[in-house]
Ligand binder design. Sequence first.
Ligand code: AMP
Length: 220
Amino acid sequence: MRIVLLGCPGAGKGTQAKILCQKYGIAHIATGDILRAEIAAKSSIGEQVSDYLKRGMLVSDDIMIAMVSKKLDASKSGWLLDGFPRTLEQAQALDAYLRKNAQKIDKVFYLAMKESAVVNRLSSRRSCSECNEVYSLSTRPPKKEGICDTCGKAVVQREDDSEATVRKRLMVYEDLTRPLVSYYRHEYEFHEIDGARDATAVTLELCTVIDGAGSSRSVA
Ligand code: AMP
């Protein structure tokens, strides 16, 4: 199974992706997590991209396409893309990769959410500095303040979740990534899902569609 998960920052892609990949046994390719791991490891890619993440700007298509192609090569039994593609050029490169490898995308999910709700959600988002588990101070705080329930490491606010950077990321999303919704809506199996609901309701709808019992619905 090959899935692309679209949605603005804070729409819940990472949370849903983890659940789906575990349930269906496919690789979770989360480009933001990969980049943050490169930065933490102080690799040469990490040094090249760190400033872009801090400022809420997109990393160059060339770097991203090379990075994702390698991950796809290593994930033959299926994958879910979370955070890629983010530009038309990345989407076209993904199509070219799939054609070359006689593969296709089975489903594209778009987690739709309004900007005001996203800013609120992201300001209370916290994540584990080690395993990337995501928390919300308002709806799902860690059991022990500042400590990850899963691995016991520090739970912190992402540097790019400050309000100013969130607004910048949303502008970048509107300009460069939202056009992909039209790109995928017509020629792919596309499902628009209301991402503003609680995570369990969203997971249920995603699984219903994947298991073949549901249809796409629009939240306009
Ligand atoms: P995310 O964790 O998906 O919100 O990504 C965090 C940051 O990583 C983004 O704001 C970008 O700076 C960078 N990034 C992640 N994925 C991509 C991508 N596909 N293309 C360009 N930059 C990306």
